[in-house]
Design a protein around this ligand. Structure first.
Ligand code: SF4
Length: 357
């Protein structure tokens, strides 16, 4: 059955298309002061390098709205302005060249103010994301359901969708977020059937790198695996680069993205004969930006390692003072322990040459 995500409308954010049959887009949000142009650009460049495809910046004041113009000149990926409360900030952000804005019409104010933002978005031909969070549900909705529920979150989002449609604006993306993983999953199941706008998926306030990664992987993973979601953002209290790494890993684990080197490593056991944790981390850093599509295994012993690495294209296994290089499960070379990483690098280069022709 065709996934629901393929049946959504398509929006254009700068030169990135979100929705329909377009690949799922991975995005993040800067945590610098947006008006500190130098720091913001530096962080966005690190995010671009890590694979970020769309970046969002908070716009809490006019200085940050103005900074968008200069930031845009120095980055490659589309930029989204995130605005709360003040419609004038939304207008200024659009005028300064944002490729999309994110608002919650519920806190922007009267319909006239929302109309002002819509007119500007139309003039500049950019989409708007309506973002509803479990923490910002209106009183009438809380009263109807007695507490925060998935139905309430979706109803709140749909009220805003209808308002935008009544104001003749359909260049939309929608997000319904909750920090409660199960509630968030349910809200996505409901909203995906209630409208055909592209969905921005994420677990909000997911937590630190450790708990946030787990909650996001479970929540976003289950949502995506149901064929729902056109763009994802992993929210972590930490370096946003980690959000991108996790987002890409979630897509790869679900078979929704291919490419890049996949590192598999054994869990270590009493037979482990080298510092495998250090080695596996070094290998992960080594291959991070290598544009080859292959699997590399990092194993802790030469007895079982080669057998267990059979499914990998290239593997290394550690022994006492020396290790081995493995290709498709066969040991092809012995090397001193300190030279294992260098030997792996060489094998990757050979692999690239062999597969280029
Ligand atoms: Fe243990 Fe060797 Fe298997 Fe690693 S590869 S888990 S060290 S037996």
């Amino acid at each position: 059955m065709e996934p629901l995500r393929n049946k959504t409308r398509v929006i254009r954010v700068g030169d990135v298309y979100i929705g329909g049959e377009n690949p799922i887009v991975v995005q993040s949000m800067t945590n610098t002061k947006t008006e500190d142009i130098q720091s913001t650009v530096a962080q966005i460049k690190r995010l671009e390098e890590a694979g970020c495809e769309v970046i969002r910046c908070a716009i809490p004041n006019f200085e940050s709205a103005k900074a968008i113009r200069e930031i845009k000149k120095q980055i490659r990926i589309p930029l989204v302005g995130d605005i709360h409360f003040d419609y004038r900030l939304a207008i200024a952000t659009i005028e300064n060249g944002a490729d999309k804005i994110r608002i919650n019409p519920g806190n922007i104010g009267s319909n006239d103010k929302i109309k002002g933002v819509i007119d500007k978005a139309k003039e500049y031909d950019i989409p708007i994301r309506i973002g509803v969070n479990s923490g910002s549900l209106e009183k009438h909705i809380l009263k109807r359901y007695g507490r925060v529920t998935a139905q309430g979150i979706v109803e709140s989002a749909m009220e805003k969708v209808r308002l935008m449609e009544e104001l003749d604006f359909t260049n939309l993306a929608v997000s319904v977020k909750s920090s409660d993983v199960l509630m968030c999953i349910e809200a996505h199941e409901l909203i995906a059937r209630a409208c055909d706008y592209p969905l921005h998926v994420g677990i909000t306030e997911a937590g630190t790198v450790y708990s946030g990664n787990i909650k996001s992987s479970v929540g976003i993973g289950i949502i995506l695996n149901q064929g729902i979601g056109n763009t994802i953002r992993v929210s972590l209290t930490g370096d946003p680069v980690e959000e991108i790494k996790t987002g890409i890993m979630i897509l790869k684990a679900l078979g929704l993205r291919r490419g890049g080197v996949e590192v598999v490593s054994c869990p270590t056991c009493g037979r482990t004969e080298i510092d495998l944790i250090k080695l596996a981390n070094e290998v992960e850093t080594l291959v991070a930006n290598i544009p080859l599509e292959l699997k590399v295994a990092v194993m802790g012993c030469v007895v079982n390692g080669p057998g267990e690495a059979k499914e990998a294209d290239i593997g290394i296994a550690g022994g006492k003072g020396e290790g081995v290089i493995i290709k498709k499960g066969e040991v092809i070379k012995k090397v001193e322990e300190e030279k294992l990483l260098e030997a792996l690098k060489q094998e990757l280069l050979n692999w690239e040459k062999e597969h280029r022709f």
